[in-house]
Write a protein that binds this ligand. Structure first.
Ligand SMILES: [Zn+2]
Length: 390
C-alpha cells in the first residue's frame, strides 16, 4: 500500500513538472523533456498523452527528422485560461489580463482617485466588467482575479488589517471581493509586483523586491526546492512563494532606520528609509512628475545631480543591508526602479566597497515591469495556483 501511495505521489509530481517545463518553453518535444527532467521516456510519453487529453497541452508541429520518426513539437495551451489583475492606488486603477504565458496581454490605467465606501468598490467592479468586454476575454476561461492594494492583508482573519496610504483599517476582505465579478483575492501591492518579477526570472533563485514608489515597501520571494519527500502533495506547494511574516508585515523595508535621528517619516519615526528613498523625495521637486526630475537630471541640473548622488548613497546602504540579510538578488522596483537602468553602474560603484563577499554588485538589478507590475502580479497569483493544481 505504502509503495502505491508513493508511486501516485511521484506521478503527480512528475506530471506537474512536465507541464511546467512545457509551459516555460515556446515548444518542446518528449526527448527534451525526458532529458531535462531526468524522467524516463515512457513516463514522459504517458504524462504527455494525459495532459493532451486534458486539453492543457497540444501538438504544434513536427521537428525536422534526424533519421528516425519525426518528433512531435508540443506546447502548452497558453490561452486555455485567463486571469485578471487590478491594482488600486491612491489616484489610479490599473487593469491587466494574462494567460499561461504570464505576460500582460493588455494594460489599461484609469485615473480614479480612491474613495472610502462601497460606491467606489462597485465602480472598480464595473471597470473590470468593461475591461473583459472590451478585450473579448471569454468568460468561461477566466480563472479569477487578483486585487493588488497598498494594504496589509491578515490571511488568518481574511481582513485588510491596515493601509496607511488608503486609510483603511480592519476591513473585511469580503467587502471588496464579494462585489467583484470573478473569484477574487486581495494581495499586497509589493508582493504582487515581486511575484511578476520572480516568475519572469524563474531560472534565478530567491529575491528581495524593493518597491521605490511614493512609499517604500518590499517583498521577499522564496524559491522553494522541489519537494524531496514524495509523500508531500505538490499541489500544496507553489514553486515561488512570498514570505509574509508572522503578522503579515514582512518586508516593510521603508521603516528600517537609515539615518538615526534623521528626517521624520510619515509613520512618526525618525530616519526611516521611506523618508529618504521614496519616489516622492524626487518627484515632489517637479510637482509629482518623476520623469521631469530625471529629464532635468540628464540635462545637467546641478542641484538635481547633488540630490541624486545623495539618493544613490542612501539607496546603496539599503540595498547592501538587504543583500547581507537575505543573500539573494535585490530587485529595484516601483516608480524609481523603472528609471534605474542607466544608473546601475553608479549604484554598483557604491555597493562594491560595502560587499564583504562578492565584488561586482551584480545581485542588484532594475525591475523588468513598470507601471503594470502589481496588476500583473495580482493576476499571476491565480495563474500560479492553477499551474500548481495541474
Ligand atoms: Zn517610517
Amino acid at each position: 500500500m505504502r509503495i502505491s501511495t508513493n508511486n501516485s505521489e511521484v506521478r503527480k509530481r512528475n506530471r506537474n513538472r512536465v507541464f511546467r517545463f512545457i509551459n516555460n518553453t515556446k515548444e518542446t518535444c518528449m526527448s527534451e523533456i525526458s532529458a531535462a527532467l531526468e524522467v524516463s521516456g515512457p513516463t514522459v510519453m504517458s504524462i504527455v498523452k494525459e495532459l493532451k487529453e486534458d486539453g492543457v497541452i497540444r501538438e504544434v508541429g513536427e521537428y525536422e527528422s534526424t533519421g528516425g520518426r519525426k518528433a512531435k513539437a508540443i506546447a502548452s495551451v497558453k490561452d486555455g485560461v485567463y486571469a485578471i489583475g487590478v491594482d488600486i492606488t491612491l489616484n489610479h486603477v490599473s487593469l491587466v489580463y494574462t494567460d499561461l504565458g504570464e505576460e500582460a496581454l493588455k494594460h489599461r490605467r484609469v485615473q480614479k482617485p480612491f474613495r472610502q465606501g462601497t460606491a467606489y468598490i462597485e465602480e472598480v467592479a464595473g471597470l473590470v466588467k468593461d475591461f473583459v468586454k472590451e478585450n473579448q476575454i471569454p468568460e468561461e476561461k477566466i480563472l479569477g482575479m487578483g486585487l493588488s492594494m497598498p494594504v496589509i492583508v491578515d490571511r488568518s482573519r481574511d481582513m485588510i488589517a491596515n493601509s496607511h496610504v488608503l486609510g483603511l483599517y480592519e476591513v473585511e476582505c469580503e467587502e471588496w471581493t464579494s462585489r467583484m465579478p470573478y473569484p477574487c483575492e486581495i494581495i499586497n501591492d509589493a508582493n504582487a509586483a515581486a511575484l511578476a518579477e520572480a516568475l519572469w526570472q524563474k531560472e534565478r533563485g530567491s529575491m528581495v523586491y524593493l518597491l521605490l514608489s511614493n512609499s517604500v515597501g518590499g517583498a521577499i520571494c522564496v524559491k522553494l526546492p522541489e519537494p524531496e519527500d514524495m509523500q508531500e502533495d505538490i499541489r500544496e506547494r507553489a514553486v515561488i512563494d512570498t514570505y509574509e511574516g508572522d503578522n503579515w508585515r514582512s518586508a516593510e523595508f521603508g521603516h528600517m532606520t537609515l539615518h538615526p535621528g534623521g528626517k521624520t517619516c510619515y509613520c512618526g519615526k525618525q530616519g526611516c528609509v521611506d523618508a529618504y528613498c521614496s519616489a516622492s523625495n524626487l518627484a515632489d521637486l517637479e510637482n509629482g512628475k518623476l520623469e521631469r526630475f530625471f529629464e532635468k537630471l540628464e540635462a545637467g541640473n546641478v542641484r538635481y545631480q547633488e540630490i541624486w548622488q545623495r539618493y544613490l548613497d542612501d539607496l546603496a546602504l539599503v540595498v547592501d543591508n538587504l543583500r547581507m540579510a537575505f543573500d539573494c538578488d535585490v530587485i529595484l522596483g516601483g516608480y524609481v526602479g523603472s528609471f534605474m537602468e542607466p544608473y546601475m553602474e553608479k549604484l554598483k560603484e557604491r555597493l562594491v566597497p560595502k560587499d564583504i563577499f562578492d565584488h561586482d554588485g551584480s545581485y542588484a538589478r532594475p525591475c523588468r515591469y513598470q507601471k503594470e507590475a502589481s496588476a500583473l502580479g495580482a493576476a499571476l497569483y491565480q495563474i500560479k495556483d492553477y499551474i500548481a493544481s495541474i
